[in-house]
Design a protein around this ligand. Structure first.
Ligand code: PMP
Length: 358
């Protein structure tokens, strides 16, 4: 084949494309269990399926509303903010891209903890900005004092992923407040709360409360995790009017489909039903953690719908043991293994593997 004659933007060769969680292999019992992407293991709520069936023909041939006024109004009312404070995207990852594109010029810095969500370095580099990664502390938690110390004149954005992916750890409200008190006003602090619905720690901060108190705070939420709409792609930011206006300029036109908007609306109306599933997932998380403790395996305390096994050099071996059972997990070689929480039956299979590792 002919070699491409195009040139690509400088630095692109250093970027590895986003690596999604692997599909599950087939286990000895013929089952495949995908626990590699922190998805919701349940089928869509009946109300969501009904709503999608109702709108299906019209929603396909026509462009969606860019303003998405209904879902925006419901979310604004729920959080007690103005619709002007809300910006939707095709998943919160698109909103994260909007933030980076709207706030950084080439050479500006984007700061976040590492390890954290793998899209942060990719989106940062693609935008021509410079990633600054501050290691998590020994307990796999954000080291907020070190992050505050790493802020420079070039820092435009700080992502605080809370609970953190892939470790499931959280910062406390007091730690976050102390951090925000130190962050200069020119820096926007983005609290990525993709997993906030699973957080049961009474000391955890509320991103929305932080947004109310600090004009340089924005919050990212998603319908992909607790709401189970990962395949439909819808997430949003709550930010100051000025930041929100800038994000709308950086958005991809029509990225959020009408199907996604309507499914989000139906989910927001079915909160009680969703809450039962979320409660079950947090109970199941507890069960997996107890099994890990009983087996003497290291893990970080999790407030998300996944658990981080601090397996270090054993990570590849442990991931292979899961895969041999038809369970896909996320392996960070030499560091750890992230196992998403599935249905009780799926977690039973996880417990079997854990027992075998003891
Ligand atoms: N933030 C974090 C911390 C995540 O883990 C993810 C999904 N892996 C996202 C944002 C993006 O999710 P989505 O684009 O589906 O909203």
């Amino acid at each position: 084949a002919a070699r491409a004659a195009q040139t690509f933007r400088p630095g692109l060769e250093q970027i590895a494309a986003y690596r999604a969680g692997k599909p599950a292999p087939v286990g000895p019992d013929g089952r495949s269990i995908k626990l590699s992407s922190n998805e919701n293991p349940y089928p869509p709520l009946p109300a969501v399926e009904r709503r999608l069936a109702e709108i299906l023909p019209a929603a396909i041939a026509r462009y969606p509303s860019i303003a998405a006024p209904e879902v925006t109004a419901v979310l604004a009312a729920r959080f007690g903010v103005s619709p002007e404070n809300l910006v939707l995207g095709a998943g919160s990852v698109e909103v994260a891209a909007q933030l980076i594109h709207a706030l950084t010029a080439p050479g500006d810095e984007v700061l976040y903890a590492w390890r954290s969500f793998e899209a942060y370095p990719i989106l940062t580099r693609v935008a021509g900005a410079v990633p600054v990664e501050v290691p998590l502390d020994a307990a796999a938690r954000h080291d907020l004092p070190a992050m505050a110390a790493a802020i420079t004149e070039r820092t435009r954005l700080v992502f605080v992923c809370n609970p953190n992916n892939p470790t499931g750890t959280v910062v406390t409200a007091a730690e976050l407040e102390a951090f925000l008190a130190e962050v200069p006003q020119h820096v926007l602090v983005v609290i990525d709360e993709a997993y906030v619905h699973f957080d049961r720690d009474p000391d955890s901060p509320s991103g929305i409360e932080a947004f109310r108190r600090h004009s340089n705070v924005a919050v990212l939420h998603t319908f992909s995790k607790a709401y189970g709409l990962a395949g439909l792609r819808i997430g949003y930011a709550i930010a100051s009017r000025e930041v929100a206006e800038a994000l709308r300029k950086a958005a991809i036109p029509f990225a959020v489909s009408r199907l996604a908007q309507e499914a989000a609306l139906a989910s927001l109306e079915a909160e009680a039903e969703l809450q039962l599933r979320i409660d079950e997932m947090t109970r199941e998380r507890q069960r997996v953690c107890e099994a890990l403790a009983a087996a003497g395996l290291g893990f970080a305390p999790s407030q998300a719908n996944f658990v981080w096994m601090t397996a270090g050099a054993e990570s590849a071996r442990i991931a292979a043991a899961f895969e041999a059972r038809g369970i896909s997990v996320r392996c960070f070689a030499g560091e750890g293994v992230r196992v998403s929480i599935g249905t009780p039956e799926e977690n039973d299979a996880v417990l079997d593997v854990i027992a075998g590792l003891a």
